[in-house]
Ligand binder design. Structure first.
Ligand SMILES: [Zn+2]
Length: 393
């Protein structure tokens, strides 16, 4: 992607989601402040480590900053360190190859987020990161559609028009609890950025190889899982500060919550929610192995078993400091014509947004940006459907 194309795509993102970017960046600095970091120190660190985010994504960041009228250094710091103060939680489900009804992989993620303790405001959403659709096209025709925090070049989940789907989640390990956040020592990679690097590849092996190579050089800022899938197979990466595991899946179902499975011995023992969500997704996926469809994944995304509350897949809270679901994406890869791979995105609470035509959008990888309502880019849909009261069928 030329730097000009990247800048233009970032500028559109920043200009459309201007208030959302400003909100997310200022919320990030409030959270850093509450954690004892002065803004000047963090901006200095970000400038010194700007090379972690390479071109062309750095040009995209410059576009986001100009479009949103936020300084480049602030947007850079937000992209480098946001995972440390406010990591993405989440549940990922997949039926790979012949485990789906069509024989091509279906993949889904609910994105969950904890609110900022230091953030107060009359509207509940103001304590949460505002989610929007990320739509990026390269000069060579590679296109990525997914969900991101307004102001981020990285993705929470997404797919490309070369037949790849991706998701990720933090893993609540013992070491995460023991390790104190120290920005001055860490040279770590943001998971959302790694997802973006992977989705710029044209096949699942290159995406997995590229990201594991990055992880061998520098770990993720927080331990976590990253998944890449094509129509036939998937790779589930578990990455800690000093070790990596990769599981390959073909013609089978699998899922991840905020825990390791291959590196299970590293998990924090009292994380009830991750345990509940992992076993609930496994239960549903195994019962529908060979028959899974996009609609089944929408149903999983709204599932309230063990809740509705923090332990259900569609996560609800009573306080903004709880981890709750903020967006979801379902994807159906098309092995024959990847540009026809289908996707659905809901912004806000899944049990509301999937049930209201204004809260979600279905398209395929040839859908032009102009066909997607502007509310998915400027934060309006997220604000409307972000609410805590559960909605039942
Ligand atoms: Zn719900």
């Amino acid at each position: 992607m030329s730097s000009e194309t990247s800048y233009r795509s970032g500028y559109m993102h920043g200009a459309s989601a201007r208030s959302g970017v400003q909100h997310n960046v200022s919320a990030f600095f409030s959270q850093l402040h509450a954690a004892g970091y002065a803004a000047d120190t963090v901006l200095g660190l970000a400038r010194a480590r700007a090379d972690i985010i390479r071109s062309p994504w750095r040009d995209e960041l410059a576009g986001i900053a100009d479009g949103a009228r936020v300084s480049f250094d602030q947007v850079l710091a937000y992209n480098l360190y946001r995972d440390l103060v406010s990591p993405d939680e989440c549940t990922v489900s997949m039926a790979v190859g012949h485990a789906s009804a069509s024989g091509d992989t279906v993949f889904a993620k609910n994105s969950d987020k904890v609110g900022g303790k230091s953030l107060v405001g009359p509207n509940f959403y103001k304590n949460k990161e505002i989610n929007v659709i990320l739509y990026a096209e390269r000069d060579d025709g590679l296109k990525i559609i997914g969900v991101c925090a307004a102001g981020s070049t990285g993705l929470k989940m997404g797919m490309n028009n070369r037949g790849l789907a991706a998701g990720c989640n933090i893993a609540r390990t013992q070491e995460l609890d023991e390790k104190n956040m120290d920005l001055t020592k860490i040279r770590a990679l943001d998971r959302a950025y790694l997802l973006r690097i992977g989705l710029e590849q044209s096949n699942v092996l290159d995406a997995t190889r590229g990201v594991t190579a990055e992880l061998m050089a520098s770990p993720m800022a927080t331990p976590g899982n990253i998944q890449f899938a094509d129509a036939r197979q998937a790779f589930l990466i578990e990455g800690s500060y000093d070790r990596l595991a990769v599981k390959k899946i073909a013609d089978d179902v699998d899922s991840r919550s905020n825990r390791f499975i291959t590196l299970e011995y590293m998990n924090k023992k009292d994380d009830v929610s991750s345990y509940c969500r992992y076993y609930r997704t496994q239960e549903i996926l195994k019962s529908k192995k060979g028959k899974m469809t996009l609609d089944d994944l929408v149903q999983i995304s709204m599932d309230h078993a063990n809740g509705p509350g923090p332990n259900s897949i569609c996560r609800h809270g009573t306080q903004f400091t709880e981890e709750i679901s903020l967006a979801a994406m379902v994807m159906a890869l098309d092995g024959k014509d990847p540009s026809k791979s289908r996707w659905g995105i809901c912004l806000g609470k899944p049990c509301h947004a999937w049930r209201d035509p204004e809260g979600h959008f279905f398209g395929d990888m040839s859908t032009p940006r102009s066909a997607i309502p502007e509310g998915f880019f400027n934060g309006a849909v997220f604000k409307k459907f972000y609410q805590e009261e559960p909605k039942f069928a």
